[in-house]
Design a protein around this ligand. Sequence first.
Ligand code: ZN
Length: 484
Amino acid sequence: MIGQTPPTLLKLARQALLRDETLDMSALEKLPMELLPALFKEALTGRHATTVKAMVATWPFPCLPVGALMKTPDLETFQAVQAGVDTWLRRKFHPRRGKLQVLDLRKKHHEFWNIWAGVEDGDCSAENQDEQQVVKVLPRYALRRCLKVVADLCLRPSVDEEQTCFLQWAQQRKDSVQFCCMKMTIWIQPVHVIKEVLKVFHPEHIREFELNTEWDIFMLARFAPCLGQMRNLHKLLLAPVSKNVFKIGNRTTDMEDKCINKFISQFSRFNCLQHLSFRRVYFLRNRIKRVLRCLMTPLETLSITYCYISQSDLNYISECSKLFQLKNLDMKGVVLEALDLMPLQVLLENVADTLQSLDMKCCRMKDSHLIVLIPALSKCSQLAKVIFYCNDFSMPILRDLLQHTANWSQMNVEQYPAPLECYDDFGYVSTERFTQLCAEQIDRLRTIRWPKCISFATHMCPRCGERCVYGRRFRPCLCQRRRQ
Ligand SMILES: [Zn+2]
């Protein structure tokens, strides 16, 4: 047929191999190695479980990044992969060099398949594309001897059949295989469940840890030693799942204070932490200094959101040298209304050469707060994203801010609150005034810099709960849309 490329000889050969029911391990071991990656891909997508199992057991390359090919869960092929590993473990002799060292189950793209796709397409000859090139994309740990299985885990209360099956399988093989979890996300799990999982997936391998929890601070203290073992953590998020978790009175008891300290003190064990996030962690108030003083490494991201902080917290933020290379600062939902923002201005000046994103949405800031920040903001030359939605700024102060942003040449996304002049005495938006004022602001800004993605938004409409947004075009709230 015109316009359709006929299948290559290699593809025909693979199809024939997959149809061949006698294709077993000894037959696979006689095939040229460069045929195997594409054959494995096809066996997996075509759900040829027996072939998948035999191929895992005889895999001649040091790494098998199978997760990259299994983005859609399929229990049967997943079990075939596990059965292949079991056979691999039982075999004493592996005839080919470069035998399997790492089975990577993470469901993300892996360079290995690209390299071998190149070989298949005839981009380069198989001779100069041997395993050497593949080894280059292998992580350092692949060079050790024991078989390592790498996975990301997300533990949720709902049952994930594939993961349950994998965890049971891993539990039974923890003495013969090294299991590594690079990214662990927890959603509402009892402490003892996580502790069991950490007996199989040793905490020191975890690089990203996200704890969405409903524990009280006593439970948090019980978990603290496990957290302290995650010495190689790069990224940590602690987020209670509802407002009342971690709730403590204005004055903590000695016991509560002890528990919180025990948890915070673990931060001094992280050797490479770069991104630290707390969402709705109320016990941080008056304790931010304690947290930051425990840090061993400079942070790239500090995210403290939806909580109250004190003036002394804010004062320490400006002094802490661990924050002087900050790229992302997120203080969304932190109530700043009653605070003096001078320390924040000092911090912004310190990070003027590195800060790329700043989120201060819903901080209840007023003109007097923004005035303090403008001189520092104007110096932040790397800023690519600022969010000020949902604060109370008047037209002249917003204009003043925008007039001082000539340095923001990297800016991609900028979001500002609708100026106060857009609302009537009852708090309702005049859409006409809103669109007119925003258009004027943008026109004026264009005389000093060309904004890419700028928008202004009103507070939530009291009738429909939506905002009116003026960006590339005007989007009224739901009730205004209905009226039109
Ligand atoms: Zn509305």
